[in-house]
Design a protein around this ligand. Structure first.
Ligand SMILES: NC(=O)c1ccc[n+]([C@@H]2O[C@H](COP(=O)([O-])OP(=O)(O)OC[C@H]3O[C@@H](n4cnc5c(N)ncnc54)[C@H](OP(=O)(O)O)[C@@H]3O)[C@@H](O)[C@H]2O)c1
Length: 272
């Protein structure tokens, strides 16, 4: 079974843009609350601090799912494995649970970068591999190219964005989606319907949104620095949204709001 859908790993604690005491305290709280999957990246510049914070939790390594992502600048023969080894040393581990390509490679470097990702897996530096911010056509190309199982495509996923093309491709390619910015960095709270549904279930709007993500078959990945919010975001397994309420939330996708726009991310592909 896909590692991310196992055990406790369907709820992932994100670490961007945290550093310093805020990162350490948030990871400590998240671990206390029950999170066991943690998402970092070379680009966040916090792998070393994440490693220290995870070590300090004293949670056995075997119970953790440590996820990181290669910076696109390192998609070269010379840098890929070398940078990954540095990430492992910063995180104080021998093997990552999941390594993502943070952004799609250029057209010309596409196949070669996938080969480097597979090489990292063959060298046992990573237990599993994934892609991030790939569009549906890139998911297909990845599937055709690569022999090793791709654990997930990590993409922006919340009710304000219509990701039905990616969801369809996920089931066709058997590359499931993992979310990022699952609560749209708070934008979602502007929409009255979520507050209404939240009060009907006796939950918070963030819990409704994260539950909606899980019921879409997508891994929930969110970040918070606030203990109450971290607890709420983790405690989403004791209720189920009805199909009617899932559909009510689906209607929000007409807003087409994106947290990570092309302006913010020079590596962004043509989104579906
Ligand atoms: N692959 C990629 O390209 C990519 C891109 C972006 C992000 N990511 C990953 O995805 C993770 C999550 O995404 P994100 O951090 O961008 O956005 P997010 O989780 O949607 O939003 C985080 C923001 O929401 C607030 N928040 C969290 N829980 C809340 C709650 N229950 N009630 C009210 N406010 C709440 C937090 O404030 P408080 O601290 O005050 O709670 C924080 O400001 C990142 O940390 C990162 O690991 C990956």
């Amino acid at each position: 079974m896909n590692l991310l859908f196992q055990k406790n790993f369907q709820r992932v604690f994100g670490t961007f843009p945290l550093t310093g005491n805020q990162l350490r305290d948030s990871i400590e709280t998240a671990a206390d609350v029950g999170y066991r999957a943690f998402d970092t990246a070379q680009m966040y510049g916090n792998e070393r601090e994440t490693g220290l914070a995870l070590r300090d939790t004293k949670i056995p390594r075997s119970e953790l799912c440590i996820i990181s992502k290669i910076h696109p600048d390192n998609y070269t023969e010379a840098n890929f494995i070398k940078s990954l080894e540095l990430s492992l040393s910063d995180l104080q581990i021998d093997q990552l649970d999941v390594l993502f390509l943070h952004w799609p490679p250029t057209q010309i470097a596409f196949d070669a970068t996938l080969e480097l990702l597979e090489k990292a897996h063959d060298l046992k530096l990573v237990n599993a591999i994934g892609i991030s911010n790939f569009n549906s056509q890139m998911m297909e190309r990845t599937n055709a190219k690569i022999q090793t199982k791709i654990l997930a495509n990590q993409v922006e996923f919340h009710p304000l964005i219509d990701q039905c093309v990616l969801l369809r491709k996920a089931s066709e390619t058997e590359i499931p989606l993992m979310s990022y910015s699952a609560i749209s960095r708070g934008k979602i709270f502007e929409f009255e319907i979520l507050h209404k549904i939240a009060s009907e279930y006796g939950k918070t709007p963030a819990q409704i949104v994260l539950r909606w993500v899980l019921q879409k078959g997508v891994i929930a990945n969110s970040m918070s620095t606030n203990k109450k919010n971290i607890e709420a975001n983790y405690n989403i397994m004791d209720f189920t949204l009805s199909s009617i309420d899932m559909a009510r939330i689906d209607t929000l996708n007409k807003t087409g709001f994106r947290v990570v726009t092309k302006e913010k991310a020079p590596w962004a592909p043509d989104w579906d």
